[in-house]
Design a binder for this molecule. Structure first.
Ligand code: URA
Length: 190
């Protein structure tokens, strides 16, 4: 009889399957490494960004550059640490020169993101920016729905602006901070 696998073991196996599957080979060929995820497999909240940038590509972890620093600050404001959450991107290899991920690339990666979510089964999924919102909550406008929890296909989502977009835009920065502050109450309600 085999013991039940932990979520972390299942995620490790998924990571191996991704390596073997050769997803978006053109991106893979130009990237330093796969940027799979960071944080706890047992987290109640999963954050989903767009794609790794230069720092993430070099370090193999999501959100370790300027946007990540801002994200860490906002987590701290609501009493959370990076180790309390799970964080990943839709596209897991860095697009050249940080260009936007193409629709075909997002589509190629979506099944793997869905498997991550199926394993973790978080209470709340926070999408950061329009790219991760579009693949999981199609047809919405981020300017209209940011900060509003959405129940869709048995999961609860909170669409937020992307910290990189808000970093140097005073108004959007404050909006993102205000939206972030809603997270504890939303979690309590679920
Ligand atoms: N922006 C993202 O969307 N993801 C990262 O990992 C870093 C910056």
């Amino acid at each position: 009889m085999s013991a039940t696998k932990t979520k972390q073991q299942l995620l490790d196996e998924l990571k191996e399957r991704i390596d073997a599957a050769n997803v978006t080979p053109e991106l893979k060929a130009q990237a330093t490494q796969l940027v799979f995820a960071d944080g706890s497999a047992e987290a109640e909240i999963v954050f989903i960004g767009e794609a790794p940038g230069k720092n993430e590509d070099e370090q193999g972890k999501p959100f370790v550059g300027a946007a990540g620093k801002f994200l860490n600050e906002m987590l701290e404001m609501i009493g959370l640490k990076r180790a309390d959450i799970y964080i990943t991107n839709i596209v897991k290899y860095r697009p050249p020169n940080n260009r936007d991920p193409e629709p075909a690339e997002k589509e190629a990666w979506l099944p793997y993101l869905q498997q991550q979510l199926d394993i973790i089964q978080p209470k709340l999924i926070v999408t950061l920016g329009r790219h991760s919102m579009d693949v999981l909550l199609p047809g919405l406008k981020i300017s209209q729905v940011h900060g509003q929890p959405k129940r869709y296909h048995d999961r609860v989502y909170l669409p937020l602006f992307h910290p990189a977009a808000a970093l140097y835009n005073g108004g959007m920065r404050q909006t993102l901070i205000d939206d972030f502050a809603l997270i504890p109450a939303i979690l309590k309600k679920i």
